[in-house]
Design a protein around this ligand. Structure first.
Ligand code: ADP
Length: 490
């Protein structure tokens, strides 16, 4: 793939919302500048919508739900999604370049995100006609059965870190079950969501089924989550915004799925295969510049190998380089100047309280000064009660924690308010099972770690990481409701 395209894509294009199958500007005519994090320059703009635009999108989604979409045979809906997947594949180069330029992620990550999006549309296209209800043994003279019915209008509020992937997991599951959609992408990364809604029309998904409203969270996002025509809300983002969205949805007593991030541990026992673990430990925090809900941001190390593994990680960190998305280095810039300053503040505060920095990566000397680059940082022996150990930094910052034995490892792993993903590295089979069961996390990997990976694998959190499950077949249950029908036939 040419790096050229990721430098020029979207130039001169007027991005519009997609409402009722038509490109639409905000009613106010206001727009938001789109900035490339690699150089801090404006290269496009998106509509800055408000409540009136959201209302228009909701009415379109409601009408489309009441129209043919929810009555279309499930296999036909599945075909629409499969065709959308094929169009994602056909437009892979453009989509990867657009995602990469919009978010600053290295181009190979943009390509990986396109590949994952294709898998979501393919998976849910195939799943649409394979989910069904039950018949239930009941009283003599009765037959009882269940149907899985769509909620109606689903609102999807999408974050800026993996827009293509997160949109695909939301839209794939919601549309497979016969819902219609109003999607609000993040103000900092909306471009691929707009493109996918355009491709959805090309794939034969009827107008009004897949609507996109763009704008700020506090205006467009708030209007989406509080709208009385919304039947179900799904959100991925920060816990504070999750609370605001749940409060808004509660006014209308609507159901929600919440994926709210993590402080995910990787536990490395002394008998682990360190050669296999090392690159995975590094990648789990470096991928997407650490701006990943399931980033492996804490590494817990059994004491006999602590010094050895810390030294090996320090060596790797020193060799990491951040640079422009099209240079495709270890990591790109962070999404915004504000995000960079937030990460800097965490690191500064940790250093001021005496937490030791073991190693730092570097910023490519050729990277534009105006980009939002932050060199990776490795901290050793972090206080488990410190902010660095407890809070989601959302940057390339890794903390190490020595532990004495299995019991302490499990205690430390569970010693945050989050519970999204965990990794366990050991050759001891019984220990693999014990630890995997005792760690409170929605996904546990043994001798592996999949930050965000696996469209087939149910994903979601315990505790502050949220509730509800996305991905895999399980998401189809969240995106539908059971209806029970009872016949008295005597
Ligand atoms: P960040 O603070 O890192 O931008 P958020 O979790 O706030 O992450 O944002 C994720 C998504 O939630 C974005 O689409 C954003 O516009 C949206 N959002 C932010 N605030 C609100 C809100 N009060 N109501 C609804 N959506 C919101």
């Amino acid at each position: 793939m040419g790096t050229h395209l990721s430098r020029t894509v979207a130039e001169g294009r007027a991005f519009m919302q997609v409402i009722e199958g038509r490109p639409m500007d905000a009613l106010s005519g206001e727009r938001i500048d789109v900035v490339c994090p690699s150089d801090g320059r404006v290269f496009a703009s998106i509509p800055a919508s408000g409540a009136a635009d959201v209302d228009r999108a909701m009415r379109a989604a409601r009408a489309a739900f009441d129209g043919p979409w929810s009555r279309m045979p499930a296999f036909e809906r599945g075909r629409c999604l499969t065709r959308l997947g094929l169009l994602v594949e056909k437009n892979a180069e453009e989509l990867a370049a657009l995602e990469s330029r919009d978010t600053g992620k290295p181009i190979r990550q943009g390509k990986a995100d396109v590949a994952a999006a294709l898998r979501y549309y393919e998976f849910y296209g195939g799943a649409a006609d394979k989910i069904h209800g039950d018949t239930i043994p009941f009283l003599e003279g009765y037959t009882a059965l269940t149907l899985r019915e769509p909620h109606g209008v689903v609102a999807g509020i999408i974050p800026w870190n993996y827009p293509l992937q997160i949109l695909a997991r939301v839209a794939g599951a919601a549309l497979a079950m016969g819902n219609t959609l109003v999607v609000k992408p993040a103000e900092d990364a909306s471009l691929t969501t707009i493109r996918i809604a355009e491709l959805a029309l090309e794939a034969g998904i009827p107008a009004g089924v897949f609507n996109v409203v763009t704008g700020y969270g506090g205006t467009a996002g708030a209007a989406v989550s509080a709208h009385p025509m919304v039947d179900y809300v799904t959100f991925t983002g920060s816990p504070a915004t999750g609370t605001a969205i749940q409060q808004a949805a509660a006014i209308n007593n609507r159901g929600v799925t919440m994926e709210l991030g993590g402080k995910s541990p990787q536990i490395v026992f002394a008998d682990a295969d360190l050669d296999a673990a090392l690159p995975v430990l590094v990648n789990a925090i470096i991928q997407n510049g650490g701006q990943t809900c399931s980033a492996g941001s804490r590494v817990l190390i059994e004491k006999p190998i602590y010094e050895k593994l810390a030294a090996a990680l320090a060596e790797r960190f020193a060799a990491l380089t951040a640079g422009p998305h099209d240079a495709d280095l270890d990591l790109g810039p962070l999404i915004t100047l504000a995000q960079k300053q937030r990460v800097e503040a965490y690191v500064r505060a940790a250093e001021e309280t005496g937490l030791p920095v073991l190693s730092r990566g570097r910023i490519d000397p050729g990277a534009p000064q105006s980009g939002f680059y932050y060199a990776p940082v490795l901290f050793g022996e972090v206080d488990p009660d410190s902010a660095l150990a407890q809070e989601e930094v959302f940057g390339p910052v890794l903390s190490l924690f020595p532990f004495e034995d299995e019991a302490e490892a499990v205690r430390l792993a569970n010693h945050t308010e989050y519970g999204l993903v965990a990794g366990v590295w050991t050759r001891d089979g019984a220990r693999q099972h014990r630890v995997a069961k005792r760690v409170r996390a929605g996904q546990v990997y043994v001798n592996a770690y999949g930050a965000g990976g696996g469209v087939e694998l149910p994903f979601g959190g315990f505790k502050k990481s949220g509730h509800g499950r996305e991905k895999g077949f399980e998401a189809l249950f969240d995106m539908s409701a059971t209806k029970t029908i009872v016949f008295n036939h005597g």
